[in-house]
Design a protein. Structure first.
Length: 227
């Protein structure tokens, strides 16, 4: 969308663009303009709810990485659960990188967890890498505190695949689960219920976390497996 692209290019930071090449290696460098996240969030806030925003959200696929980032930020601001969910489902198939996936954080989902869980279970069965990653991210963000159920650990453990960006999110999920629901999550490490790579990456992330006690870290290190 030319008007949006012009706005994004006016915020270009070439040094930041170069950095993006290395941290998001799986997308075409030519699709990266180089706009910092705070700038994107400000743009999202400034156009949210406008005719320009609505037109932009309905124009998929986008040409540039930053358009996808902006899309994620605008959706995340939507307070209407049903409309937000509809926008998320429309957008998910077009997400092609971990950064856009992880920036999609709809505030409207916080108060609609029962209905959302039905959608999450559907997304976990998707063949699209970033739809699965997003589902796990939602379970990590919204269902590891007062809404936690042990069955959610099983759902995530069963999502293992050959996809790096799915497995990395599984490791992140279990490392967070060890911090928040240690008694339940530690069983998945002790009983080797995860692939070797995810198992060791979970331990690595947990050991790096300030939310894990020194005693827990020491024990976790004894549970590493040979690849």
């Amino acid at each position: 969308m030319k008007q949006i692209i012009d706005i994004l290019k006016s915020k270009q930071d070439l040094k930041y663009r170069q950095l993006q090449f290395s941290i998001i290696p799986n997308i075409n460098p030519e699709t990266i303009i180089g706009v910092r996240t705070p700038e994107l969030k400000e743009i999202a806030k400034s156009i949210n709810g406008s005719g320009l925003s609505n037109e932009f959200l309905n124009e998929l696929p986008h040409q540039y990485f930053e358009e996808n980032q902006l899309h994620a930020f605008i959706i995340s601001l939507n307070k209407d659960y049903k409309d937000c969910l509809s926008q998320v489902e429309l957008f998910l198939p077009y997400i092609d990188n971990w950064a856009t996936c992880d920036q999609l954080c709809p505030k409207a989902f916080n108060k609609n967890k029962d209905d959302l869980l039905i959608k999450i279970k559907k997304w976990l069965k998707s063949k699209h890498t970033y739809t699965v990653r997003f589902a796990i991210k939602m379970l990590m963000s919204l269902y590891l505190d007062k809404d936690f159920k042990e069955e959610y650990l099983k759902l995530v453990s069963e999502a293992q695949s050959e996809e790096y960006y799915i497995n990395m999110m599984i490791a992140w999920y279990f490392a967070t689960a060890l911090a928040k629901q240690y008694a339940h999550a530690i069983k998945y490490i002790e009983e080797n219920k995860l692939s070797s790579w995810v198992h060791n990456k979970t331990i690595q992330k947990a050991v790096e976390s300030y939310r894990i006690t020194d005693e827990q870290k020491k024990y976790l290190k004894t549970l590493k497996v040979s690849k």
